[in-house]
Design a protein around this ligand. Structure first.
Ligand SMILES: Nc1nc2c(ncn2[C@@H]2O[C@H](COP(=O)(O)OP(=O)(O)OP(=O)(O)O)[C@@H](O)[C@H]2O)c(=O)[nH]1
Ligand SMILES: [Mg+2]
Length: 433
């Protein structure tokens, strides 16, 4: 360690020259050496880190090239195509000299399918109905089946638990008590011998109640048969009209649509697209025009074309806004003046996902414009499809149509037997997804 002593001595001399007192010379020299050593080690570590990072970056930049499909490598080797093609290629693949930094994996976004083109050719109409009602099926019948499987006897306790399930599936208090009361009577008459008969009885009681509210539209009752479609914002009015127009047209009917939602330009546009797709005439005015004027023109057009059906769209409105409800009354009056008895159907569109709120909407719209039928949409998006039972039982309004998806075929005339059967059919694995 002679060299170290030598170094210490030299540094001490240097410090002495700088005027450091003699008592601190040795300590100062040691301190300086220690500091220098620490700085040197730090520099070394930084250098190492730099090298490692540069290597990692080079590797990452190389990856996208290596992962290119074989075809693209092949193109590189081929003689250069025409100039245009070369430019196009450059747009797709950036030049190799300046490789792009690696991009994180992108989520797979399903392509947007136009509403009218959504079809489900693989499933029968019944299976499609089952699929559309899957959420309600799970929350209502699924839970009932679990209860029945886990119960030993059909007694007051079991019926009480059943009552709870029915209420939480949005059948409503009145309807639920009604149903459970009917089951109690059957129990007293000794008709419920086992769980399967109880299940069957519930299915029958539900169907019987729903049958009361099923009354399909009879378009032959008037010519043109005028349907005015009303409801709050976003419930599916325009889509329902589009689907109906397409279905009526397919049945050979002459259809005219009135774009009575003049609140937004996009609304008439939306109806126009449906009309175009279905080959159906759409009467529309400019944004902000009086909806009653659209109703007037649409009625005139329907008469002139000898249409079988006229369907009038209206702007979505809150059922609590009195002035907007007045506007609807005016539209009604205009239709009635032009075509005797019109509107023959005031169809209230309700969104099943709003649950009990749908009942309030129905009451207020009914007070304002005498609703004559309901289209219940978006049953596919809710576990609370039981609301359909409450609508019939508590409002005494017929459900004309149910919506179980975005496809044209997903709007169906309401058929209680099919509806309840689809809910109660025991599960197949392929429909559970
Ligand atoms: N899943 C599902 N979606 C539906 C159904 N019916 C309508 N929709 C969707 O609901 C959304 C709103 O539909 P619109 O027809 O524009 O509703 P609207 O009542 O005319 O809305 P406003 O004109 O804004 O009041 C659209 O994305 C429709 O595709 C249905 O039965 N199931
Ligand atoms: Mg609309």
């Amino acid at each position: 360690m002679e060299w170290l002593e030598q170094l210490l001595e030299n540094i001490a001399l240097l410090l002495a020259d700088l005027g450091v007192p003699e008592a601190y010379l040795e300590l100062g020299a040691l301190g300086l050496i220690y500091l220098t050593a620490v700085v040197a080690v730090l520099l070394f570590i930084l250098l190492l880190l730099g090298i490692v990072r540069r290597r990692a970056r080079k590797k990452a930049q190389k990856l996208p090239e290596e992962e290119l499909p074989e075809g693209e490598h092949a193109e590189e080797e081929q003689p250069s195509p025409g100039e245009d093609e070369e430019e196009a290629l450059e747009e797709i693949a950036p030049p190799r000299e300046e490789p792009m930094p690696p991009t994180p994996p992108q989520p797979v976004v399903p392509p947007v399918v136009p509403t009218a083109e959504v079809e489900a050719p693989r499933l029968s109409l019944f299976d499609r109905m089952r699929q559309g009602l899957a959420k309600t099926q799970a929350s209502l019948v699924g839970r009932i089946d679990t209860l029945l499987r886990g119960s030993k006897a059909i007694d007051a306790d079991l019926l009480e638990e059943l009552e709870e399930i029915l209420i939480t599936a949005d059948l409503g208090m009145k309807t639920t008590q009604d149903l459970v009361g009917a089951l109690q009577q059957r129990l007293q008459r000794n008709e419920l011998t086992d769980m399967e008969t109880l299940r069957r009885a519930l299915q029958d009681e539900l169907t019987a109640r729903l049958r009361l509210e099923a009354a399909p539209l009879d378009l032959s009752a008037a010519a043109p048969f005028v349907i005015m479609v009303v409801g709050v914002n976003g419930v599916g009015k325009t889509t329902t009209i589009g689907k109906l127009a397409r279905q009526f047209k397919a049945q050979g009917k002459k259809v005219v649509l009135g774009a009575g939602d003049t609140f937004r330009a996009a609304a008439a546009e939306q109806l126009g697209i449906w009309g175009e797709r279905s080959g159906v005439e759409v009467i529309r005015h400019k944004e902000g025009a009086d909806p009653a004027a659209v109703a007037f023109d649409a009625a005139k057009a329907a008469l002139a074309r000898k249409a079988d059906v006229l369907i009038l769209d209206t702007a979505g409105r809150l059922h609590t806004k009195a002035n907007l409800m007045e506007e609807l009354k005016k539209v009604r009056r205009v239709l009635g003046r032009e075509i005797p008895g019109a509107p023959h159907e005031t169809l209230l569109v309700l969104d099943a996902t709003t649950g009990q709120n749908a009942l309030t909407q129905a009451r207020l719209f009914n007070e304002a414009v005498e609703v004559t039928g309901i289209a219940l949409t978006k049953l596919d998006g809710t576990a609370k499809g039981g609301i359909i039972v409450a609508i019939g039982n508590e409002l005494a309004l017929p459900v004309r149509y149910v919506g179980i998806g975005e496809g044209v075929e997903d709007l169906r005339p309401f058929d209680p037997e099919v509806f309840v059967a689809a809910l109660f059919k025991k599960n197949d694995a392929h429909l559970d997804s």
